[in-house]
Every structure is written in structure tokens, then in C-alpha cells.
Ligand binder design. Structure first.
Ligand SMILES: [Zn+2]
Ligand SMILES: [Zn+2]
Length: 129
């Protein structure tokens, strides 16, 4: 995937999922890769609680609750959890593709990526590349 294909993918993603533009939460706030707790789904939220595992996926963040954040950041943690709860079911695929669009993850490097659940404009921009 070259630079212009990645740019096309990025704008298609932002159109379908404007929440990807967030800087404090989501794929831009964490290092590209799998959840530090379950090692399965992509990372979504950075945590900072004393017992926090690092950057976690949505399910693991829900399990941690605000305890995933240190005392000074529990308000931010609650806001991050509310933000994550409102994401669509295909959040994981969209997050992985965001990293594909930024060049952090190669499209073939993420095993088990199912793009069939994604909106048509995204699938189209993948086919074009
Ligand atoms: Zn997880
Ligand atoms: Zn903190």
C-alpha cells in the first residue's frame, strides 16, 4: 500500500468513523498492537492505574473500570470508558485499519482481520490500493 492509498484510506476512515480523530483515546493515543491485558483485540485506551496493564482493548477497559486509571485521572478514565462504550461493533477492525492507514501496521500483518464487517466506502478504498 503506497502513500496515496494510505491517505485515501485515512480519509475514508475519518468519514465513516470520525471518532478515530481523537488524540487522547483511540488508536492515536496508544502504540499500535494488541491489548496488553488479553493480547487479542487491538489496544484502544491508555490506562495509568497502579495495577493497570498498560494500553487495553474495549472489553478489558470495561472490566477494569475506573480502577484502570490512577486517582488523579479517574474522571478522564470515566470519560474514556463512556467514549469507548459508544463505539460501533466494528471498532476493532476500524482501529486496525487506522494503523494500516498511518503505516504502523501492514495490512497482511494482522492475522484474523475481517474487513467484511466494515462499511462499503472503507472496503472500496482497500480494493483500490
Ligand atoms: Zn483486551
Ligand atoms: Zn493517571
Amino acid at each position: 500500500m503506497d502513500g496515496s492509498a494510505r491517505r485515501r484510506l485515512r480519509s475514508a476512515l475519518l468519514e465513516v468513523a470520525p471518532w478515530l480523530a481523537a488524540a487522547e483515546v483511540g488508536p492515536q493515543a496508544v502504540e499500535a498492537g494488541r491489548c496488553d491485558a488479553c493480547d487479542d483485540r487491538p489496544r484502544l485506551l491508555p490506562t495509568c492505574g497502579p495495577a493497570g496493564p498498560g494500553a487495553v482493548c474495549r472489553d478489558c477497559a470495561v472490566q477494569l473500570g475506573v480502577d484502570g486509571w490512577c486517582e488523579g485521572h479517574q474522571q478522564e478514565g470515566a470519560a474514556a470508558l463512556a467514549w469507548a462504550a459508544a463505539l460501533p461493533a466494528s471498532w476493532a477492525e476500524l482501529v486496525i485499519l487506522w494503523w494500516v492507514a498511518t503505516g504502523e501496521v501492514r495490512p497482511t500483518a494482522w492475522s484474523g482481520l475481517d474487513t467484511s464487517v466494515l462499511p462499503l466506502p472503507i472496503r472500496r478504498s482497500l480494493l483500490l490500493s
